[in-house]
Design a protein around this ligand. Structure first.
Ligand code: GLN
Length: 191
């Protein structure tokens, strides 16, 4: 069975775990560097990107993960997890760092604060319509040419909400908060 990690420092780890378990994947909660052993890919969950970034440092996970990502290790970043993967963070905290691996610029809370959380159907390439749940979501304001837009709020692809560049996937919304596991499945199938 494929072993997939969920970064388990803060955020909605349990929901991602449950989604992966429903796909009959062996799930590893990644809390320290040794948990990275033998996993084929990892999900960075939603939560609070500054808190997760802080814990990535104190847990000693930042450097080994950074190295793995440079070597092409598959990562799926959702919401705060997308922020952590992005090349550029707009409206981030002054000292906020990211892995800078996925060539997109994201604006923290770009769709508004908690009150502005919303749910809309979006069309995902190769999957079909999914319900997308946005909670203080980062807005992808710019994506490099080599980044593929898999779903967008507009038909013309100008407001990407799910993107992929090779082994790196990023999602503004929370695919783990519905009962629809098709996006997780697509990531797992790519491993
Ligand atoms: N706004 C959060 C952040 O900046 C992300 C929100 C989420 O993951 N639901 O970290």
């Amino acid at each position: 069975m494929v072993r997939v990690g969920v970064l388990a420092l803060q955020g909605d780890v349990r929901e991602h775990r449950e989604m992966l378990e429903s796909l009959e994947v062996e799930v590893v909660s990644v809390k320290r560097p040794e948990d990275l052993r033998d996993i084929r890919g990892i999900i960075f969950p939603g939560g609070e990107s500054t808190a997760i970034a802080h814990l990535l440092r104190s847990s000693g996970l930042k450097d080994p993960l950074s190295e793995l990502i440079q070597q092409g290790f598959p990562v799926f970043g959702t919401c705060a997890g997308l922020i952590l993967l992005s090349r550029e963070i707009l409206d981030g905290r002054a000292d906020q760092w990211s892995f800078g691996a996925l060539d997109v610029a994201v604006r923290r809370n770009g769709y508004g604060r908690q009150i502005a959380s919303f749910e809309v159907p979006v069309e995902v390439d190769g999957i079909g319509q999914v319900e997308a749940v946005f909670i203080r979501a980062p807005k992808i304001e710019q994506a490099a040419n080599e980044v593929t837009v898999l779903a967008s709020l507009d038909k013309d692809g100008t407001h990407p909400v799910l993107v992929r560049n090779g082994n790196l996937w990023g999602c503004s919304f929370h695919p783990e908060l519905t009962t629809d596991s098709r996006i997780h499945d697509a990531f797992v199938q790519s491993l």
